[in-house]
Design a protein around this ligand. Structure first.
Ligand code: SAM
Length: 173
């Protein structure tokens, strides 16, 4: 698993959060609520949501989505054990490689995936095309052909993050 080091350079504004405390790419509260609204509009029956956050960091988003979308269930997988260990709140997150996870049982996938190396991001998209049925939320414009053949583009929603308002894309598989 490789991360793209170029994307880990901090802007001046981000630097002020302190490197140790930054959860890369986190949504602001407003951004998180924008995402909650989008998910609600796409899946009005919240109890059908079994979400997985791919590369969940310390699981903050998992925690907040679970709280805001009462009745949904969220999980998170993160390759970096020390990030997983930072979380003290009751969330279902674990250390693991998202490329090794089975995606069959989920109905929503979230990937804050801009830091992924392009080849890895394409592998993930190809895996999603093979294994997943549901709503895929991604910060990256997908490029994998098997994904693009199978996925239906739903919407792009400008969403506030700790660095700027970023377009987040929603697909249905
Ligand atoms: C942009 S960060 C997002 C983190 C999280 N959303 C947060 O705000 O803390 C992407 C995360 O993906 C994780 N990651 C990268 N490759 C992974 C993989 N193959 N499996 C699981 N996690 C991975 C990184 O360690 C990093 O924490």
């Amino acid at each position: 698993m490789e991360l793209n080091p170029a994307l880990f350079e901090f802007s001046r504004a981000e630097g002020s959060y302190g490197r140790e405390n930054l959860t890369y790419g986190s949504l602001t509260t407003r951004g998180m609520l924008t995402m909650v609204r989008s998910i609600r509009s796409l899946i009005p029956n919240i109890s059908l949501i079994e979400g997985l956050d791919l590369g969940c960091g310390d699981g903050e988003l998992v925690y907040h989505l679970q709280r805001e979308l009462t009745g949904s269930t969220w999980y998170g997988v993160e390759i970096c054990g020390s990030r997983v260990a930072k979380q003290r709140r009751p969330v279902f997150i674990w250390e693991g490689d998202m490329l090794a996870e089975s995606l069959h049982s989920y109905t929503v996938l979230h990937a804050d995936n801009l830091c992924l190396d392009d080849a890895i991001a394409e592998q993930l998209e190809s895996k999603i095309a093979c294994e997943f049925k549901g709503i895929y939320i991604t910060y990256r414009t997908p490029t994998c052909l098997s994904f693009l053949k199978k996925a239906v583009f739903l919407q792009t929603v400008p969403t506030e993050t700790t660095w700027y308002t970023h377009p987040i894309h929603y697909y249905k598989l």
